[in-house]
Design a protein. Structure first.
Ligand code: F6R
Length: 608
């Protein structure tokens, strides 16, 4: 949710920290700040709002130094304000801390520190850390940090500097990601590789419980007992282009338009066209283990939960294994029926969503095997699962998930296919799916080529207050996803429903002011959806129909038509989601909304 960056080296840290924070702004953007050691003294600059405001503050009160930390915040404790922006200082102004996560025993610690004479200057849970580190400091910053981390309960990714031990930055992670960047004579800390990619592609992903001490001469990784540990240096596979807008007005639009490529990347080397199956290298499941699975739980949040619903239908239809889909946030707090014969599939773009991670750990505690469908390489879920399928969709910066969703659905199709072909799916049916998968990139491109027509439809609906999205079968989850996209970036109230369920309540909402998006490709439930469109038209509703061929039954029922190519039923949501994403995008832009940084949202929800 929030972003951390730290720098130590021969250059001036300020522009490096600001550059890193701008790259991280998609993770949280209600306030930001930096702390630098400037000629032996600790200097902080903080500002409510976007990084641009912090730059304004720095222009008025410049600060320089070779050691510094920065933070961009998404508020949890205390409203967004200058005083709640990180870094937070100790009472004597010698320690500065930036923190992602939540300190759960902050209230108790605050009272105790207050009794000892510490003065608090913010409403945040984080601030207890800086006071605690001051309290425990006896000459070594890492030892004081270790002492503080022994006392705090909760989750953290932190970076700490102190004017009393000025030649280093100490970082630590538990429940919130942090990595060390290894540059040429310079070292970095960051919560996300994109913050430091302009300077180095060599990184060390810290494990849970690791501490890192970076100095101008190198780095050390320690455990909570201060014993040194070895961690390998990995090279990030993508480059700066992948995290830049590349001429598009927004990251979201760029990511929508990347989908022919990203979907192809998810399939690269994995499709076995002739055998009608897939090859998935990272599953870590033997033939016998795959055959022994007797039920599957898929757990995820938000958009990833929508792809899970599609995966459920695919797996049940093709592999005939019962599947339950659970919101990760609910799964972790109930008593789910999970046994060693359960496969728990965990879907997460970021691989860091707190609820999803906790659900995966819960499934493991029950003895289930876990399989992660994750986009971010090296993320916590990817490191803790028993096996996985990387999405290879590349960095997703727009807060609204687009390309990760289509890649998730494709990855689920590859997995369902593999499982089904191992069991009883015929090669003929398998080939139908592999051939359809193979066509997807070009089909997606054909839909993207209609972007102008979709933009024109958006113009007609930019001022409405409500939207309904209806679909059946595989396209009920697509309807949910279409509604989520619209509401999160345009702030228009939108609901997704199974089309036939409309009669049981939502139909009361239909009048000439209510646009209804129907997802009605020519699949096995097409005729049924046509009846539902008739019900809406009979009540004066406006219809936007996503369909796949000329169909007399639809004559006179469509106020607007969007054509998608034909494919097998199970892949129709991949194609249908492209116009849904574009529609949401254009409506939001026409309403003047900031689509890449919608209000109240942040990429990657690392708190509960
Ligand atoms: C919606 C969106 C969120 C995420 C959800 C899960 O556009 O992005 O609903 O899908 O927060 O995130 P991941 O997939 O990173 O676990």
């Amino acid at each position: 949710m929030c972003g951390i960056v730290g720098y130590i080296g021969p250059k001036d840290a300020t522009p490096i920290l600001i550059g890193g924070l701008k790259r991280l702004e998609y993770r949280g953007y209600d306030s930001a700040g930096v702390a630098l050691i400037d000629r032996g003294a600790l200097e902080t600059r903080r500002a409510e709002g976007k990084i641009a405001r912090l730059e304004g503050v720095l222009a008025e009160q410049p600060v320089k130094g070779h050691v510094g930390i920065g933070h961009t915040r998404w508020a949890t404790h205390g409203p967004p304000s200058d005083r709640n922006a990180h870094p937070h200082l100790s009472t004597d102004n010698t320690v500065a801390v930036v923190h992602n996560g939540i300190i759960e025993n902050a209230d108790a610690l605050r009272k105790e520190l207050h009794r000892k004479g510490h003065t608090f200057r913010s409403d945040t849970d984080t601030e207890v850390l800086s006071h605690l580190i001051q309290e425990l400091f006896e000459g070594s910053l890492e030892e004081a940090v270790i002492g503080a981390l022994r006392v705090v309960e909760g989750t953290y990714g932190i970076a700490v500097v102190s004017s009393k031990d000025p030649g280093k930055i100490v970082g630590a992670r538990k429940g919130s990601p942090l990595l060390v960047g290894v540059g040429d004579g310079q070292y970095f800390l960051a919560s996300d590789a994109s913050a430091i990619l302009a300077h180095t592609r060599e990184v060390i992903y810290l494990n849970e419980g690791d501490l890192a001490v970076i100095t101008a001469d190198g780095y050390r990784i320690l455990d909570i007992n201060a014993s040194p540990i070895r961690r390998s240096v990995e090279t990030i596979a993508w480059d700066l282009d992948a995290i830049e807008r590349g001429g598009y007005e927004h990251f979201m639009l760029k990511e929508i338009f990347e989908q022919p490529q990203t979907v192809a990347n998810t399939m690269r080397g994995r499709l076995r066209l002739e055998e009608g199956t897939s090859k998935l290298g990272g599953l870590n499941l033997s033939h016998d283990e795959l055959m022994a699975i007797d039920n599957i739980v898929i757990t995820a949040c938000g958009t990833s939960w929508h792809s899970a619903l599609i995966g459920e239908l695919m797996i049940e239809d093709m592999a005939r294994i019962p599947v339950e889909v659970e919101y990760a946030s609910e799964f972790r707090y109930r008593n789910p029926i999970v046994t060693p014969a359960t496969l728990c599939i965990v879907i997460s773009q970021s691989g860091e969503t707190a609820d999803t991670l906790a659900a995966m750990r819960e499934a493991k505690r029950h003895g289930a095997r876990t399989l992660g469908l994750v986009n971010v390489v090296g993320s916590t879920i990817a490191r803790e699962d028993d096996g996985g399928i990387y999405l290879h969709a590349g960095p997703e910066i727009g807060v609204a998930s687009t390309k990760a969703f289509t890649s998730q659905v494709v990855a689920l199709a590859l997995f369902a296919l593999k499982l089904a072909r191992k069991r009883n799916l015929s090669v003929t049916r398998g080939r139908e799916v592999t051939q359809a998968l193979d066509l997807l990139p070009n089909q997606i491109q054909a839909i993207l080529d209609q972007a102008d027509a979709i933009e024109a439809i958006a113009e007609s609906y930019k001022d409405v207050h409500n939207f309904l999205y209806l679909g059946r079968g595989y396209n009920f989850p697509a309807a949910l996803e279409g509604a989520l996209k619209l509401k999160e970036i345009s702030y228009i109230h939108a609901e997704g429903y199974p089309a036939a369920e409309m009669k049981h309540g939502p139909i009361a909402l239909i009048d000439e002011k209510m646009p209804v998006v129907f997802i009605a490709p020519h699949d096995s439930v097409f005729e049924k959806v046509v009846s539902n469109i008739q019900e809406v038209k009979a009540r004066g509703g406006k219809t936007i129909v996503i369909t796949s061929r000329d169909e007399p039954a639809l004559a006179g029922l469509m106020d607007h038509e969007i054509r998608i190519p034909e494919t097998v039923d199970m892949l129709t949501p991949v194609l249908a989601s492209i116009p849904l994403q574009l529609l949401a995008y254009y409506i939001a832009v026409k309403r003047g909304a900031n689509v890449d940084q919608p209000r109240n949202l942040a990429k990657s929800v690392t708190v509960e």
